[in-house]
Write a protein that binds this ligand. Sequence first.
Ligand SMILES: Nc1nc2c(ncn2[C@@H]2O[C@H](COP(=O)(O)OP(=O)(O)O)[C@@H](O)[C@H]2O)c(=O)[nH]1
Ligand SMILES: [Mg+2]
Length: 449
Amino acid sequence: MLRPIIEITKEMREVFSHYELTKKELKRTEELIDKIENQKITISVIGQFKRGKSMLVNSILGDKILPIGIVPVTAVVTTIEYGEKAATVRFDNGIIKEIPFEDMAEYINEQSNTDNHLGVRQVAVYSPSDFLQGGITLVDTPGVGSVHQKNTDEAYAFVKESDAVIFMLSVDSPINQIEVEFLKNAKEFASKFYFVVNKIDTIDNDDLNDYMAYCTDLIKRLMDVDNIQIFAVSAKKNIGVEELKAAVRHDCETTVREIIEQSAGLKMKDIGASALSQIMLYRTTLQMTGKQFEFTFDELSKTFDDLRKEAEDYCEHFRSNPKMLEAKLNDIKNKLSYEVSRLFRIDYYYDISSVDFYRGGKVDEEGRRDLREDFMKAVNDIFSELENTIKSVFMFKEENTFTVTQRIYDVNKLTRRLIRLRTELERTPKEQAAIDANRKPEFKPVNCD
Ligand SMILES: Nc1nc2c(ncn2[C@@H]2O[C@H](COP(=O)(O)OP(=O)(O)O)[C@@H](O)[C@H]2O)c(=O)[nH]1
Ligand SMILES: [Mg+2]
């Protein structure tokens, strides 16, 4: 008998609450529970740049909210929720600023905010559109596959937060490898997909029907399902958009809880894996003798020193190049994961993302950006987090042997429980997919003359 995902999620929350180490996972789990209980659904529009994502969002909302363009335009994630018209910008350094609606493009556009040098984490927009009523957050993402790698990373990072996805294709160029990869990744996190083929105003009906048949077939294979929901639209001419809106609204009114729960189940697998690697580190440290610990800790401190030196040299050369610095930050995380795995003989992973370093930076006399300080701060933050984790675990060893043995016994018990919960999560999506597959596809040939 399958248990509801919310029950498994709550039990995982209980497991995480035992450790200081799984604080991050606990927070993410609590956010998911909040989303399920309050039925807040996040629907992201994703796909390659220039497919017409921003234009579709405008068309859905019936308002020209987002900037559109012939060149890659959207550089940052924009969330749109129900409310009186307003816009706020959240920066990487935590500052939130309310901005006039008309100024939005300055922060979102690749042209005015190249490489996101303003350090914008997200733009949050509020719109009184009926479509958003009842807890829907619609998200416009930067497209994947343009020369702006950062935009691709942002889009990937945001897919992790999505419950449902509007995957955008267009008739002017077929689905490519980058999109295929992106779709596979999205499948790991989102539970509901709407496929949209845009720009149908530019081809005739016969071609359109052939193209839709081609896309439907291809996507079914890629998604490994028997049925998909696919819509032919013109965001520009507002054709087919009502059908898409109706389908999304219908699902949100009838099965919102299932959609959110299923996507929470997928995300919990990711969270569970990350928690398990923290708990393994805890257990291994707890079992070490004082000598072993000292040796391991010395080795790790040496690694910190070497990497810090490497980072310092590196940022001398690339002080104005956020892309290179970001890549280096991920490189450092990879090297640390490797070292921890080697020294503690466990699987240890750092979440590789590229959105955790403030790119606002200073500007020198020649008007060049100097990101060294922010970069080194990010590097040191990575080290000190790990250092504190390991030190705090080791503090327990100061206690008497009985307490340590008891702790090891407890952690073993909790680890087994966590592994069992993850196995339980593995089982649910397939059953749910079968339920999904029974829905009929929505595509009807469209007359766009
Ligand atoms: N003909 C046609 N052009 C469109 C349509 N939707 C978007 N475009 C154009 O495609 C380009 C990219 O649109 P945009 O929304 O910025 O794409 P995004 O990068 O995916 O957000 C712009 O030049 C739009 O005018 C459509 O339905 N029909
Ligand atoms: Mg866009």
